[in-house]
Write a protein that binds this ligand. Structure first.
Ligand code: GLU
Length: 310
């Protein structure tokens, strides 16, 4: 028997939720609930320099005000460092990770081409051992040159050759922090997540995560990468692009706009009816098949604009 559905929403407390985060939360929650599944919220707060004080609480309060109800306790990744350390130690003992002394500068100087999502492909300088007299700054996972492919429920077949597209990637950073790739894989497996529904901005990370799952002997969850909301300049909504925080007073309208973004024909009148009615409609009418199979969709600035647009 396949494991029962368990999904999750995993915000980083780097600021308030915006429309793009609402789309990811709503898509993952509705997919889980309409399949009789559980839905968890996990706070991805290990990148401590990027955390904003108070943001984690504000995110949870906003989710509640928008009518989200999650199963179990919210796990904060900051409380999971011992687990990440143990996993890293196991990989080290198995020879799957190695210490790397290279600075960003040294990598930039000897790398031949850029990585698929920023930075340069690590040229493997420390792969066979640290150069004499150098100390490990970061720890990298070895990848290979075979094609790694998976079938995304929305984006179809996605393939990467990790050695060419990414290179050996960092699991423990030079600043002593565990990398997102390690924490997300360890926690998805530990929490028994079967289905990951998240924004397509994370699509390029997924082959790395599947590779790490394989190195650790975990089964790969199923993936669906939702289109991300972009502003008219084509930039993903984010703190950096000054996306407007979600307004609790406009919760029903924002939910209707997010449903429409996800291809669901939610009637505009629902916005006036209130959050409960929007959820009742969404749970009764959710159609995964209607979600656009695109990586990005441009939206207008405000929920009011979005609702009145054709
Ligand atoms: N914490 C990540 C983010 O906010 C999401 C991680 C994930 O869904 O895998 O972008």
């Amino acid at each position: 028997m396949p494991a029962p559905y368990r999904g999750r929403f995993a915000p980083s407390p780097t600021g308030p939720l915006h429309f793009g985060s609402l789309v990811a939360a709503l898509g993952s929650c509705l997919d889980a609930r309409t399949r009789g599944g559980e839905w968890l919220v996990r706070m991805e707060d290990i990148d401590t320099p990027r955390n904003v004080p108070g943001a984690a609480d504000e995110i949870l309060r906003t989710l509640e005000a928008f009518g989200f109800a999650w199963d179990g306790e919210v796990v904060c990744q900051s409380s999971r460092r011992a687990a990440y350390g143990e996993v890293l130690e196991g990989l080290r003992a198995a020879g799957k990770v190695y210490g790397c002394a290279c600075s960003r500068r040294e990598i930039a100087d000897s790398a031949s081409h850029p990585a698929i999502d920023g930075g340069m492909v690590y040229p493997g300088i420390c792969r066979a051992g640290l150069p004499a007299g150098r100390m490990a700054r970061a720890w990298r996972l070895r990848v290979d040159a075979a094609e790694l492919a998976f079938e995304d429920r929305l984006q179809g077949r996605v393939a990467q050759v990790l050695a060419r597209d990414v290179g050996d990637f960092v699991l423990l950073r030079a600043d002593g922090l565990f990398a997102y790739q390690l924490a997300v894989v360890v926690d998805d497996a530990w929490q028994g997540i079967t289905d990951i529904v998240r924004g397509a901005d994370l699509l390029a990370s997924t082959p790395r995560q599947i590779w790490l799952q394989r190195c650790l002997g975990h089964a790969a969850p199923s993936y669906a990468h939702l289109p991300v909301a972009t502003n008219p300049a084509g930039e993903k909504l984010s703190k950096q692009t000054k996306a407007a925080p979600l307004k609790v007073a406009e919760a029903a309208g924002e939910l209707v706009a997010a449903l429409r973004f996800l291809g669901q024909p939610a009637p505009a009148e629902l916005a006036a009816a209130g959050v409960r009615d929007v959820w009742a409609w969404a749970l009764a009418n959710w159609s995964f098949a209607a979600v656009p199979r695109q990586r990005g969709i441009t939206i207008l600035e405000t929920a009011v604009d979005r609702l009145s647009s054709p």
